[in-house]
Design a protein around this ligand. Structure first.
Ligand code: WTA
Length: 635
């Protein structure tokens, strides 16, 4: 297909114009080629952002795993699909070919079936970055079960909330995980979570660390013996285009996490098409995305997008600093990685280390570098460009979201001239707009506003599991007939977009989205705490760190306060996970509030950022006097 692989800027504009002039025709053409359909669609697109309802390729029948795996067996069966690099560099890497992946996914699907899982059931996957994670995801898709992967850094409370919200019947986990020089007792966390999850009747356990664990009889099973006796054939369940593929939780500014629901055909077409173009993947390239499959980046660009293209996708179990800060570059050299996709927070952490870690490695295989998850600052961009890409590899700063399923704003390598800190131009088919606070579209260039998308694309989330009203309220109510992203952005003189950050109460810490409300709820569980407010403040590695303002029921001595600080972070770790711990905790006698009782986070954010000189008019506050107190003892 001529428009499948964009090679220069003019071609981008040409294809882009075509894609927005007649989106149905455009996406139909993409879908016609390169995919295996049991039946083609009756209708390409129907949509109504007011309901909201979006349907792509309605009437089509397919199974996404046949497109990820079976379709490549004749041509590329012996090529590596998943290249697994273990946490410990001494442990050999595993090259799992497309044929082997086919057999393993089918065996796993047979195991799931033997344990009663069928089309439409939800399966929670709580695994480290080991091949079984990808195999489990694909096995669910093969059988038509809806996978809900939970990042294995989340606590037992966070896990049980997600299991119960989606009504999962089964959990797939491991005895434990390796993380640098530590091991983590994953099964222990699952056991604790399941005390609150009466709906789970089966737990499949991968042996990763030979850990001493409890196996509850009649519920828990080691997975390997079951796989060993399973057939490596499994006829894929034929799914409708709009059948659910997965649920993935993301933090909201209020309340419990949102289970974003993605469906089958549109997600497939869009992740395949973006992967090919954004990374300019060529046959036999080795592609590495360092994300965890617990996040959307891992779903779309470690598993689905790459496999749909018959690519070799590296899956790394470890962390960037183990055994030392050179690990990423060692892996790039070892596996001759061609496309490398990571997060600004990792780049900033690595840029702080001795350059020798980078310079002693041969990185000449690299062709394209990517970044995702949060705004990349100029310094990190240049460090990445100069030292990793040696100024020869275009950096694709890809903006997108769990909700969007795939990359939305990005340069196309070798076509779009890059500009540090700019995600640049909308991807093919994507129609971004900037809106002002009164709901009017801001036209022209050199403007900033709230980033919305005005036309559906194939991989847009279809709902929030079990709460369509919340889906509507969160994304389709702020602006009429628009999908609202929650981000602010500016558009420069040539139409390039720069994402300026969240405009709601979601804070991105080391690339992880965290809602303030659940963290405040956790803090308020501490018996000594009366009220709290959490804001983000700039941090040179994590992007943002968390600052908590806490009112105690009784002010204690310094030592008592220190203990409370520790205990608050313990509670947060138990409720959410260590990623949500506060860097700073300031005790105060009050929080600045509006007359209607709403906490003025804007003021707290400025104080936390040490930018409290100009707080604007605070005289309308209910309690302006607390502002001086808070400023006076800011940390
Ligand atoms: C932020 C990750 C600036 C943004 C794929 C978005 C970015 C949120 C970028 C979604 C980028 C993601 N530049 N900000 N290139 N990419 N973001 O759901 O605030 O984990 O709304 O999806 O990350 O995070 P999520």
């Amino acid at each position: 297909m001529s428009n499948y692989h964009i090679k220069h800027l003019e071609e981008y504009y040409q294809v882009y114009r075509k894609s927005v002039r007649n989106p149905e025709l455009f996406w139909e053409e993409v879908a016609e080629e390169h995919f295996l359909w049991h039946k083609k669609w009756d209708n390409v697109l129907s949509w109504d952002f007011k309901k909201p309802e979006v349907k792509w390729f309605e009437g089509a029948k397919l199974n996404i795993t046949e497109n990820c795996i079976d379709r490549h067996l004749h041509t590329r069966g012996n090529r590596t699909a998943i290249l697994f690099e273990p946490n410990n560099p001494e442990e050999p890497a595993q090259h799992i070919s497309y044929s082997q992946l086919h057999a393993r996914v089918n065996q796993m699907a047979n195991v799931l079936k033997s344990k009663g899982i069928k089309k439409g059931d939800r399966v929670c996957i709580y695994l480290p970055m080991i091949p079984e994670l990808a195999v489990a995801v694909l096995a669910c898709a093969r059988i038509g079960a809806i996978h809900s992967v939970v990042f294995a850094g989340f606590s037992s409370t966070a896990l049980s909330t997600r299991i119960n919200d989606c009504g999962a019947k089964m959990v797939i986990t491991s005895d434990g995980s390796y993380r640098g020089d530590k091991t983590i007792d994953l099964k222990g966390i699952v056991d604790k979570a399941l005390d609150d999850c009466p709906g789970v009747n089966c737990v499949l356990v991968v042996n990763r660390i030979n850990g001493e664990i409890n196996m509850k009889s009649g519920r828990d099973y080691w997975i390997q013996p079951l796989l060993d006796k399973s057939s490596s054939d499994f006829p894929a369940e034929i799914m409708d285009a709009e059948d659910p593929l997965f649920i993935l939780y993301t933090s909201g500014s209020t309340g419990k996490p949102k289970g974003m629901l993605h469906t089958t055909a549109g997600y497939m077409v869009y992740t395949a098409y973006t992967f090919k173009n954004v990374f300019q993947y060529k046959q036999d390239d080795v592609y590495w995305c360092t994300a965890d499959i617990g996040w959307i980046t891992g779903h779309s660009y470690i598993i689905y997008g790459p496999l749909l293209n018959g690519a070799t996708s590296v899956m790394f179990e470890g962390v960037p600093h183990y055994p030392d800060f050179g690990r990423f570059w060692e892996i790039v050299e070892k596996h001759k990685v061609n496309q490398f996709y990571t997060a600004p927070t990792a780049i900033r952490a690595l840029a702080k280390q001795h350059l020798d870690f980078v310079e002693k490695r041969d990185l000449s295989s690299l062709k394209v570098l990517g970044t995702v998850g949060e705004p990349i600052n100029e310094e990190a961009w240049h460090w990445y460009n100069d030292n990793v890409g040696k100024k020869k590899c275009p950096i694709v700063d890809t903006w997108w979201q769990t909700e969007t399923g795939g990359i939305m704003i990005t340069p196309i390598p070798f076509a779009t001239p890059t500009k540090p800190t700019y995600a640049t131009l909308p991807f093919i088919g994507i129609q971004p707009v900037l809106m002002d606070e009164n709901g009017a579209e801001i036209h022209g260039n050199q403007v900033d506003g709230r980033l919305c998308i005005k036309f559906p694309w194939p991989s847009i989330a279809r709902s929030i599991w079990g709460d369509h009203q919340r889906f509507k309220d969160t994304y389709f109510s702020a602006f009429e007939n628009m999908y609202f992203t929650g981000d602010g952005a500016l558009r420069d003189e040539v139409g390039y977009y720069r994402i300026t950050g969240r405009v709601d109460d979601v804070i991105i810490v080391s690339g992880h989205n965290l809602g303030t409300a659940p963290i405040e709820d956790a803090i308020n569980e501490h018996p000594a705490v009366a009220e709290s407010a959490v804001v983000g403040f700039p941090h040179d590695v994590k992007g943002n760190a968390l600052y908590g303002f806490v009112i105690l029921k009784e002010t204690g001595e310094g030592r008592v306060q220190d203990n409370v600080r520790k205990e608050i972070n313990q509670i947060i770790t138990e409720h959410i996970g260590p990623i949500a711990k506060l860097d700073k905790i300031q005790f105060t006698s009050g929080l600045p509030k509006t007359r209607s009782g709403k906490i003025m986070r804007r003021i707290l954010r400025k104080i936390a950022a040490r930018d409290a000189e100009n707080l604007g008019d605070i005289s309308t506050l209910l309690n302006p006097e607390v502002v001086d107190e808070i400023k006076g003892s800011a940390m």
